[in-house]
Design a protein around this ligand. Structure first.
Ligand SMILES: Nc1ncnc2c1ncn2[C@@H]1O[C@H](COP(=O)(O)OP(=O)(O)O)[C@@H](O)[C@H]1O
Ligand SMILES: Cc1cn([C@H]2C[C@H](O)[C@@H](COP(=O)(O)OP(=O)(O)O)O2)c(=O)[nH]c1=O
Length: 204
């Protein structure tokens, strides 16, 4: 049985990552892969309940980080690890890079605390490929304003998203072997062409 792969989609809110999840999954299925599409916070019954709390309620910064990792622990145990062991491919709409970017970059929680949690919750597991959908803040904001009612994170101010984006880009530079930065100001069609190339490269 061939080994499964773990792919994560990241970016600030409104960057356009969710738009491409199903496209990527369909592309991999057309290559004969079994694909599990999931998300964080969420992906399990407990994780989805925590998501409801995390996206609506104000709380202490460290509580927020701990709950993100608690949801992630359950997600790995119930969904991600079993799928990879079966040889399935997993596409997750966000994973730990989001905690580094949002709670670390955006909210300024000390990175060493997040690294300790990451070491605890998934010492061995890292994505094989992380697609970072990157756009200037004004573009992301305009896309969000045009489409939906904003949750707790989406209501944050520009400096929060600037710091979140900066931390994402810093991590992309720190882990260049797994990160690919996608210029998400391109048209959806152009991004899909790029995604096709990236996913075919991973399948080879
Ligand atoms: N490349 C793009 N060009 C123009 N609009 C886009 C693009 N990508 C996404 N959008 C639109 O922007 C909005 C937010 O996209 P979404 O995928 O939900 O963002 P995210 O999941 O990153 O928060 C949606 O209305 C979507 O149709
Ligand atoms: C996984 C994760 C998400 N988040 C935030 C980022 C998003 O604003 C929010 C939910 O992510 P997302 O699924 O992108 O929301 P949407 O349904 O609006 O596309 O949670 C964190 O702050 N830390 C994390 O570790």
């Amino acid at each position: 049985m061939s080994k499964g792969r773990f792919i994560t989609f990241e970016g600030i809110d409104g960057a356009g990552k969710s738009t491409h999840l199903d496209f990527a999954a369909d592309l991999l299925r057309a290559q004969g892969r079994q694909v599990v599409v999931t998300r964080e916070p969420g992906g399990t019954a407990l994780g989805e309940a925590l998501r409801g709390i995390l996206l609506q309620q104000a709380m202490h910064l460290e509580t927020e980080a701990l709950l993100m990792f608690a949801a992630r622990r359950e997600h790995i145990a119930q969904v991600i690890a079993p799928a990879l062991e079966r040889g399935d491919w997993v596409i997750s709409d966000r994973f730990s890079d989001a905690t580094f970017a949002y709670q670390g970059g955006g909210r300024k929680l000390d990175r060493s605390k997040l690294e300790a949690l990451e070491q605890w919750v998934h010492p061995q597991l890292q994505p094989d490929l992380t697609l970072l959908f990157d756009v200037p803040l004004e573009v992301a904001r305009a896309r969000l304003d045009a489409t939906r009612t904003l949750d707790k994170f989406e209501q944050e101010k520009a400096d929060f998203f600037a710091a979140t984006r900066t931390e994402y880009l810093r991590r992309a530079a720190e882990f260049p072997q797994r990160f690919r930065v996608i210029d998400s100001t391109q048209s959806i069609a152009d991004i899909q062409t790029q995604l096709r190339g990236l996913l075919e490269g991973l399948a080879a």
